[in-house]
Design a protein around this ligand. Structure first.
Ligand code: ZN
Length: 402
């Protein structure tokens, strides 16, 4: 038996969460959250290539908060299986030998539950290594689930023990702290986003949002692309400092973003009736690193005609008029691939691990705050207000009883 946080289906709670959870901090972790601390059986998958792991740290992601507050679209209800233990940003140690990896090895998990993990013949995307696009995520030898942390069979990082397949495991190099390692999965997503952005040399880039996604994406854009000026939209003071350290050229507040970009790109600003202002002209590429209506509209409204907008945060409804009128290329960026186009076929995890070795990230890793499972309400409130509270990442440490 083990201790774990479990998310269970409850449509009325989903609706209640939708009405209040996103707006009032505290209520997210209150009665409306469909999460409970349980003593349950350890997950066990008795097939070759699978092993048990003990969680060391597991991050709380914006998509977890979205699911718990009911902001996530019901679109995703078809690719998860309830009840599940959340947690897809995981650093853990192997409890069993797993093929070439010995018990005790410290690893991070690529959470996508691909054809290889499911024990089925590889789909077209898995064959090419675009594993984040796998289309067999509901079939094979596992309950439906797009990732570890959304699947009833595998467990997740918000429990003491989980299971994973060898194809998901990446060894953490010696000398990396757990706090650095727990940033590997979000860093890999940022690497994928930087590649999806299709930045040409000296392109002017906007990153809308400076939470962990926006900050790590800024680092990936600066390290892996020939981006020129990178403007980051940040709400909070400490985000401004971190964004500059990670490669931003300038940082602006949300309400200044359009005015500033109008000036530096020589665009025209249009102020329509009772809706958000927009530019004619603007940046070449924008990344929405939040997924809120406001951050996505900032990205759409600040991009020049024919430019590209990358959806990195899980998006909510927004006005798509600019996408049509300005002929924007709007592209999604979901998770990361085991063989990335544009990285000579290397995995996003491998490149993410290298980027995490840099000095700029060490100050980021120092802000990781961890909680024992039984303080989950505080942890979720902290994650919800992380930007305001000077934290980049909040994580659970299921080994702790503090
Ligand atoms: Zn597949």
């Amino acid at each position: 038996m083990m201790l774990a946080l479990e998310m269970y289906r409850s449509l009325p709670r989903h609706v209640a969460g939708k009405a209040i959870g996103g707006r009032v901090p505290g209520l997210l972790s209150g009665y409306a959250a469909p999460l409970r601390l349980m003593t349950i059986d350890e997950p066990a998958i008795d097939r070759p290539g699978w092993a048990r792991l003990r969680t060391r740290l597991s991050g709380i992601c914006g998509s977890d908060l979205g699911a718990l507050s009911g902001r996530t679209s019901l679109y995703f209800s078809g690719v998860v299986s309830m009840p599940f233990v959340p947690g897809h940003e995981v650093v853990a140690e192997l409890l069993d030998d797993c093929e070439d990896l010995p018990a005790g090895a410290r690893v991070v998990i690529d959470p996508v539950l691909t054809c290889a993990a499911r024990g089925v013949d590889p789909c077209e995307d898995c064959v090419t290594g675009a594993t984040n696009r796998c289309s067999r995520i509901t079939v094979g030898g596992l309950a439906p689930g797009l990732q570890t942390g959304f699947c009833a069979d595998t467990g997740g990082g918000w429990g003491e023990v989980l299971t994973a397949h060898r194809s998901q495991l990446h060894v953490v190099p010696e000398g990396y702290s757990d706090e650095q390692a727990v940033l590997t999965e979000p860093m890999a997503c940022a690497v994928h986003t930087a590649l999806r952005a299709g930045v040409a040399d000296n392109d002017r880039v906007l990153v809308s949002g400076a939470g962990s996604v926006g900050l790590l994406t800024t680092l990936a854009l600066r390290s892996l692309t020939g981006a020129g000026e990178i403007t980051v939209v940040a709400k909070h003071g400490h985000q401004r400092e971190l964004a500059l350290q990670l490669g931003a050229t300038e940082v602006v507040a949300p309400d200044e973003a359009l005015r500033r970009l109008r000036r530096v790109t020589g665009a025209f600003q249009i102020k329509p009736e009772r809706s958000a202002a927009y530019l004619l002209g603007g940046v070449d590429v924008a990344v929405d690193a939040v997924g809120s209506k406001q951050s996505l509209e900032t990205a759409l409204h600040a991009t020049r005609a024919g430019g590209r907008v990358v959806l990195s945060g899980m998006p909510q409804a927004a006005d798509l008029s600019a996408a049509w009128f300005r002929e924007l290329e709007v592209v999604g960026s979901y998770s990361s691939a085991q063989r990335e186009t544009g990285l000579d076929g290397r995995s996003a995890f491998e490149v993410a691990t290298e980027l995490l070795a840099g000095d700029a990230v060490s100050s980021l890793a120092k802000t990781v705050a961890s909680y024992p499972l039984h303080r989950w309400r505080e942890a979720l409130d902290h994650a919800h207000g992380a930007g305001r509270l000077g934290t980049v990442k909040v994580a659970f440490d299921p080994r702790s009883n503090r």
